[in-house]
Design a binder for this molecule. Sequence first.
Ligand code: ZN
Length: 351
Amino acid sequence: MLHLRGTVLPDGRRDLYVDAAGLISDSPLRGAEVVEAPFILPGLVDAHCHVGIGPSGPVDLAECEQQAITERDAGALLLRDCGSPTDTRPLQGRPDLPEIIRAARHLARPKRYVPGLAIDLDDPALLPAAVAEQAAAGDGWVKLVGDWIDRGVGDLAPLWPEDVLKSAIDAAHAAGARVTAHVFGTDALPGLIDAGIDCIEHGTGLTDELIASMAERGTALVPTLINVENFPGIADSAAKYPTYAEHMRGLYRTARDTIGKAIDAGVPVFAGTDAGGGIRHGRIADEVEALRHAGHPDPVGAASWTARRWLGRPVLEPGSRADLVVYREDPRENPAVLRDPVLVMIAGRTY
Ligand SMILES: [Zn+2]
C-alpha cells in the first residue's frame, strides 16, 4: 500500500492512496508507505499512435512490446492505436504495459495508403461491411484512410464516396464503435463530418466552415502536429507529383493556424504523436508542447485527463486502477517536466 504525498491534477486535491490491489483509495490506508509525489497526473494518453508500425513498415510482436515499453517510460499509459497491421491483442492485459485501445486495421483502397499497412478494398461499396468487421476486431474504434495521393490525379483526393461513408459510419455506430479518419487535405472532410464521423486525424485541410461544423457536432480532432513537421519532407520526396508536393507544403505552412482556429472554435483537440512510421514512440511531451504553441488552453489535459474522459477511461477516481505519472513540478506551468517523469505507475506498480 502506498501513500503518494503531493497534489493530484487536475482537481488539486492532496494525496492519493493506492491499495494492495493497485487501486486508488480515497481514504487513508493505515501502514501505507509514504512516497513523495509532488504532482500526480492520470497516466498520459497518446491519442494517435501505432503499436505495430516502425520506420520501415510492419513490425513483429516483440518490437510492438518494445514500442509499448517506450511509451510507458514516457508516461503514456493509455494508447489509442490508430491502425496496426500487427495484432497486438497478446499485449493487452499485460500488467507492465500501457493499455492499448486498438482500431484494428486501417481501411483503404488499393495504392491509396502506405503499402502493407491497410486492408485495401477493391470496391468502395465494401466499406460498410469492412467497417463492421473491424469494429468487431478492435476496441471501439475504426480507422479509415480518408484521403491520400491519387497518382492518377496527382494530388490528394478522397478515397470514399459520400453515400458509402454514411452507411459505413452508421454500421460502426450500430456496432458500438466510433470512427476516425486520416485526412490531410480539404476535399474528404465534408463527407466524413456530415456522415457523423467521431474524430478527424491530422485535419490540416480544415476550413473555417468545416471547423464550425465540427464544433457544432462535437467531432474531435487529433492533429498530430509533430508529424505535420514531416510534410515538407513528404513533399520533397514527391517531385514526380508537383501539385501534390505544393499542396503538402501549403498545408504545412498553414497547419498551426488551422489547428489554432479549431481550438479557438471549441473543437475537442487531443494530443497524439502518430508514432510508428515517421515518428518514434515516446514523444507525447513534444506533442503537448506543439499544442501549447498552437494555442491550446489545456495541452496537458489534452494528453491526460481530458483525453482519458473522451476515451471513457477513469481519472484517478476511488476504485480505479492506479495508472499515474508523477512530476517534480506542475507540467501546466512547466511543460518541459513532461520529458522527465519521476515515477510511472501501472496498477500500483512503479516502472
Ligand atoms: Zn497515424
